[in-house]
Every structure is written in C-alpha cells, then in structure tokens.
Design a protein around this ligand. Structure first.
Ligand SMILES: [Zn+2]
Length: 293
C-alpha cells in the first residue's frame, strides 16, 4: 500500500493542442483555451515536480472559475476516455493506494483519480501529473477529501513500507457469524493511519479481497469435498473432516497463487495463512457454512 510509481513523461501542452484539434463544441474550445493560457502563464509551476520522502506539502491556489457554462464533472465525463486514448497517464496494473491488483473478476476496475480534486482545482482537470489510476474503492473513498498540507501523491511521495503493520483477525461475532477483521497497527505513524482509515478506508478493501479469495478457494473445495461432506449428516463430523484437511494439507501458497502479485497481496496472504492455521476450528466452520452442505 501507498506505493510510489513512475509518472509518464507526458507533454501537457501537446495534449491540449491535440484535444483542441478534435471536433469539439465552442464551450469546450473556450475551456481548453483557458487551460492553455494558465499553463503558458506558469500557473501550474507550483505543482510538485520533485520526489519527496514522507508526505508532500504544497500549496496551489484553488481555481473554480474555468468552468462556467459547462460543469466540470460533465466535461470530465466527456474527456476521460480521450485522455486515456492519448496514454498520458502512467499505466499500472495495481492500485497504488491499497496495493491490490486490478482484478476484473473481483470487480476491481481501474479508474482515473484526481489528486487535487477537480471540483476545487479546475486548472488541473486534465493535467497528466494530477491523474493517477486508483481502484474504484480507493477513488470513491477519497472523493473530494484533500489536505494540501498532507498529500499522498503516488508519483512524488515516498513512504516507508507499512504492509507489516496490517493486523488480520478472524472471530465469531455475537450473531454467530464468522468474520475477518483488518486494522493497521498503532505503531504506524498517525498520518499513515489517517490515510488507511479515513482517506481510503483500506480495511474494507482488504476484507473484500480476502473474502473474494476465500470464495474462489471454497469453489475449489466444493469440487473436491462437496460430495463427501454431503454424505456425512453429522455437523461435527463434517467439521472434523474439514479441520483435518486444513491442518494437514491446506496452505495459501503465495508463490503460486494467481491473486498474489504485489508485495501487499503477498503480505496479506501470508497473514491469512497464519490466521487460518491458528484458528482451524473457526475457519473450518466458516468454509462449511459458505459451502452450504
Ligand atoms: Zn485501491
């Protein structure tokens, strides 16, 4: 999580020229002209352009005057695909905020995120350095939240690694449901905990990732064990069979698992493997319930 990624070496002026040459409305022409003017006047020169360790702080004045007769959101809806066509945004296969790969089969699609929100910073609406691919979850959670004194910007912020601070637990809730809980340890700096909890709500994403992974494991178990488990009527005996399988044969193989590509994913899966092996009874119960045998 909170990875540093390399931005594309894109030419913003050329992008604006290319977009202006397309068949566009008078209102769009006016907007692109204003964006060019601001760029040529150096209004974006304050945008971070160096790598910084720790969190980024930089001040850029808000500008809510470029879009008048056309809404910034409407403009963005029309221009998002055009921007993608010009390949000016770093193409990555995982979300830099949560560190999870974009798995379409889990519904984890990549979406373009504005680091400085487009609703306050009109001048940056299609500025490539301000655009990063995030997963839908992180993009939605972040929304317009922004504090220019404390910015995580995947192109410029270099954070220490905090994957090891992830705490994973399985427990039985009061209603008897077995659930997975994810937290980040209090030994991580407050800024990192704020990003994890408030800015991106990453625990929710990790919980979903674990459940998606376990669902795919359960489908496999269903094939191997479904019939034998259905033949056993006694619930206790079913549990015993599942427990002995988990104890003796089951492991989350981080080297061969197709959902284990990034370092964050490897860490989560290692922790999941530990949790499974130190809570065999609960996990067996969870698997049997989910298999509905
Ligand atoms: Zn994400």
């Amino acid at each position: 999580m909170f990875e540093k990624i390399s931005k594309n070496d894109s030419n913003y002026r050329k992008l604006l020229d290319n977009l202006s040459n397309e068949n566009i409305s008078d209102e769009e022409k006016k907007v692109l002209k204003l964006l060019k003017l601001l760029y040529d006047e150096g209004a974006l020169d304050n945008y971070p352009n160096t790598e910084v360790t720790d969190f980024l702080t930089c001040h850029i004045d808000k500008n809510k005057k470029i879009f008048q007769n056309i809404k910034v959101k409407k403009f963005w809806e029309r221009y998002r695909s055009r921007i993608e066509r010009y390949n000016v945004v770093a193409n990555i296969n995982f979300c830099p905020a949560c560190g999870i790969t974009f798995y379409p089969q889990f519904g984890y699609h990549k979406t373009l995120e504005h680091i400085f929100p487009k609703s306050f910073y009109h001048q940056l609406v299609i500025y490539p350095d301000n655009l990063v691919y995030y997963c839908e979850h992180c993009n939605k959670c972040k929304g317009d939240k922004f504090d220019y004194l404390n910015i995580y910007h995947p192109y410029f912020t270099i954070l220490e690694k905090y994957d090891d601070e992830i705490i994973l637990r399985i427990r039985k809730e009061n209603n008897g449901k077995i659930d997975y809980q994810i937290k980040i340890s209090r030994s991580a700096p407050k800024e990192v905990r704020d990003l994890f909890n408030n800015m991106f709500g990453i625990a929710g994403k990790y919980r979903d990732y674990i459940l998606q992974f376990l669902n795919s494991e359960i489908s496999t178990l269903e094939v191997i064990f479904g019939d034998s488990l259905r033949k056993i009527e006694n619930k206790e005996e079913q549990l015993e069979l599942m427990k002995s399988y988990l104890e003796q044969l089951y492991s989350v193989d981080v080297d061969r698992n197709p959902f284990c590509i990034t370092t964050t994913e490897r860490t989560i899966m290692q922790k999941l493997d530990e949790v499974i092996h130190s809570n065999i009874g609960l996990v067996a119960e969870y698997f049997i319930n989910e298999m509905k045998v």
